[in-house]
Design a protein around this ligand. Structure first.
Ligand code: G6P
Length: 368
């Protein structure tokens, strides 16, 4: 196992650092900037039916459910097809309303999650077209779906999912583009997005280079008993994922919330002991999130911000700021999630937790 960890202390850290490569592998041969097109062999036969879907329902569990939420924002933004994201465990028992005009997308790293597998069986029985996004080749979900796209992130050993998430989101970008082709996006627009996508592995690497800085921050917050993560738009699912990573491996209670929804509940929890992580990159909701930061500050919450490179104005509003490179808004989750993974990792290690095998959790949940 020591050899397999390639010099890293844990599989999770190794897998976090493999993300530039994982993102690259999940786009390889699929995104063609010169042609302004994507090519996804595994869905080619069904592409017309996919593009004409009346509705897309994404079913998943855990971290894969979070990438599904990013997928919802991506597909609605680019392809303008209505998307719903469902916990597989809820969807399967709700006597779901489905027809042959619906597409169900199952997202699963392992391809073996019992609830997700049951959900696709239900969807197939009702005539929906079922597409799988899996990491493990030949897994049950990959075999039972009508068509699919592998994420090619490589084996993921750490129980807390990291590179599988970024690979899933990368594939969802490609899928959203494929659904938009010849419909809602011109080749020129697709080309711009693919070119931005190609910049991501390098930008992820730049964020990984901030590891020491994030470790220093982890030392300051390691004894917190609660954490709040807030983001808006494309970064709302990242807030959920940041909170999940922390609670899974450090056992600190953490909640993710859409930043504006804070005033309908979590704001009551804020005092001088509450660290609040904001994802506040320069995008269309920047000004709004700044007001949310002010709201937390005025209640003495401890503010941590993930901000854009060069945005030094924000430094005076926070106890800690991690500056990261920007990308176009729909691609930002692939960048903003990285510092949150590292923060969770370092806090868990500092607390003496077993990060690769957290208590009570399993890598894949093959029973109900
Ligand atoms: C378990 C794992 C999570 C994972 C979830 C869904 O809870 O601990 O890391 O996100 O299952 O797994 P899947 O293989 O379907 O993506």
């Amino acid at each position: 196992a020591e050899i397999e960890k390639a010099g890293f202390d844990h599989f999770m850290l190794k897998e976090i650092f493999e993300q530039p490569e994982a993102i690259e592998n999940s786009m390889r041969g699929r995104a063609l900037p010169n042609e302004g097109q994507v090519r996804l062999g595994g869905i080619r036969e069904h592409i017309d039916r996919l593009r004409n879907a009346k509705r897309i329902i994404i079913c998943a569990c855990g971290t894969s459910w979070h990438s599904g939420l990013v997928g919802e924002y991506l597909i609605e933004e680019y392809a303008r097809i209505p998307v719903e994201v469902e916990y597989a465990s809820e969807f399967r028992y709700r006597h779901p309303i489905l027809s042959k005009d619906d597409v169900v997308i199952a997202i699963s790293q392992s391809g073996e999650t019992a609830d997700t597998l049951a959900a696709i069986r239900e969807a197939k029985a009702k005539g929906a077209l079922v597409l799988g996004i899996c990491n493990v080749v030949g897994s049950s979900i990959a075999r039972e779906t009508d068509c699919g796209i592998y994420t090619h992130a490589g084996p993921e050993i750490g129980v807390a999912s990291t590179k599988a998430f970024t690979a899933q989101v990368t594939v969802l970008v490609l899928l959203a583009l494929a659904l938009s082709q010849k419909r809602t996006l011109s080749d020129e627009q697709t080309k711009d997005i693919i070119q931005d996508l190609y910049q991501l592995p390098k930008k992820v690497q730049e964020i990984l280079n901030l590891n020491e800085e994030i470790f220093e921050m982890a030392k300051v917050f390691k004894d917190a008993r609660n954490f709040l993560y807030l983001g808006r738009g494309f970064n709302f699912p990242v807030a959920l994922e940041g909170a999940l990573k922390l609670k899974e491996i450090s056992y600190i209670h953490a909640e993710g919330y859409p930043a504006a929804e804070m005033k309908h509940g979590p704001i009551a929890l804020i005092d001088e002991n509450m660290p609040v992580v904001f994802i506040a990159n320069k995008d269309s909701s920047y000004q709004k999130i700044i007001s949310n930061i002010e709201e937390v500050r005025s209640r003495k919450g401890r503010v941590i911000v993930i901000a854009s490179e060069g945005d030094n104005d924000i430094d005076k509003l926070a106890e800690f700021v991690i500056h990261i490179p920007d990308a176009m808004m729909p691609l930002m989750p692939l960048l903003t999630v990285i510092p949150l993974q590292l923060l969770a990792y370092h806090i868990a290690v500092l607390r003496g937790c077993d990060v690769d095998q957290p208590r009570n959790l399993a890598k894949s949940v093959t029973v109900e």
